[in-house]
Design a protein around this ligand. Structure first.
Ligand SMILES: Nc1ncnc2c1ncn2[C@@H]1O[C@H](COP(=O)(O)OP(=O)(O)OP(=O)(O)O)[C@@H](O)[C@H]1O
Length: 308
């Protein structure tokens, strides 16, 4: 982030796409997918535990936002984290990403406790997240926002950047190429050169995801990515989340829209008043009496959407 380059999108990539044959386009899409998931061996180990919460408790004064919560996320899965408002879902993300340190209990990534690791160290270890309220650099272009995300992975030092050493140049070029591939993967490459603040809302949400992916995370945590979306946009987002997983990423999803959650997740963990009340396959969760009771009297998602 010390030396954010002036970033120009690759010459006419979107225009080029329009003139491609079907075969050329398929080959190009495969290239994009390859660029988006550079660490393909992650897919080989699908099923191992990637992240584990062990009896995590999070207190704020007298309020217990998480009460001895335990669950794990397996590599290659899409895990849903649901629960009524105030159940502790975002607190759970915050405890996993170094925003808060658990009052007690442990978060382990690949069997190693996160311990006292700071946010940037946790990003380096492989956890990336988006936020309920969009947090982009509004004055930067879409492409620059993603390049800044990729900066978290750079090897070169500040001195290297200041002296414009060849290694710095190479990394800068690679970061721009990968950022462009990420924008394309998320379907927003046509606005790469626009300032983030001028992008339509749906583009901003997808840009947040592209930026999180730029850090090459082992685990991508999405906090209500469909907030404010209409049904068609939600369907598109479901497709994107599946595509991200199919590219070898593991996804943890907080979402209020039950149709989206049931339609895209492999497993679901349910919180209520800071406690885990259920865990299982979407069909099991849908029929679980404790879950149904937790949601009774809670406004329908159609009413709460857009409020985030
Ligand atoms: N920094 C904080 N200080 C005090 N209380 C907090 C803090 N962060 C969260 N809480 C409280 O912890 C509880 C859980 O909040 P959290 O935001 O995790 O719920 P949530 O399940 O994400 O809710 P929503 O669906 O509304 O986003 C709430 O009662 C909230 O007020």
């Amino acid at each position: 982030m010390s030396d954010t380059p002036e970033v120009e999108p690759e010459g006419g990539i979107v225009a080029e796409l329009e003139h491609m044959t079907e075969a050329e386009r398929a080959a190009h899409e495969a290239e994009v997918a390859e660029a988006v998931a550079p660490d393909r061996e992650i897919a080989v180990e699908v099923g191992d535990t990637l992240l584990e919460l062990r009896d995590v408790t999070m207190r704020f004064g007298g309020l217990v936002a998480m009460d001895s919560v335990s669950f794990s996320i397996k590599r290659g899965e899409i895990l849903g984290l649901i629960g009524p408002n105030g159940a502790g879902k975002t607190t759970c993300f915050n405890a996993m990403t170094g925003v808060y340190r658990p009052t007690s209990g442990q978060v382990l990534l690949e069997d190693r406790p996160l311990g006292r690791a700071k946010r940037h160290q946790i990003t380096h270890r492989g956890i990336a997240r988006t936020f309920q309220n969009i947090r982009l650099f509004g004055e930067m272009t879409a492409l620059e926002n993603v390049v800044v995300g990729a900066d978290a992975r750079h090897q070169t030092s500040v001195v290297g950047a200041l002296l414009r050493l060849p290694r710095h140049h190479r990394e800068e070029r690679e970061a721009i190429d990968r950022a462009m591939a990420l924008l394309e993967f998320m379907g927003i490459a046509d606005r790469a050169a626009d300032k983030a603040k001028n992008l339509p809302y749906g583009y901003q949400r997808r840009l947040e995801i592209a930026r999180a992916l730029a850090t090459e995370p082992k685990l991508l945590c999405l906090d209500e990515p469909a907030a404010g979306f209409n049904p068609a946009e939600k369907d598109e987002l479901m497709g994107l989340i599946r595509k991200i997983r199919d590219d070898g990423y593991t996804v943890l999803l907080i979402e209020h829209d039950m149709r989206l959650v049931m339609g895209v997740t492999d497993r679901i963990v349910v919180l209520e008043f800071g406690k885990k009340i259920a865990e299982g396959l979407p069909a099991e969760i849908r029929d679980n009496p404790a879950v149904i009771a937790a949601y009774l009297g809670v406004p329908d998602e159609e009413d709460t959407d857009g409020a985030a």
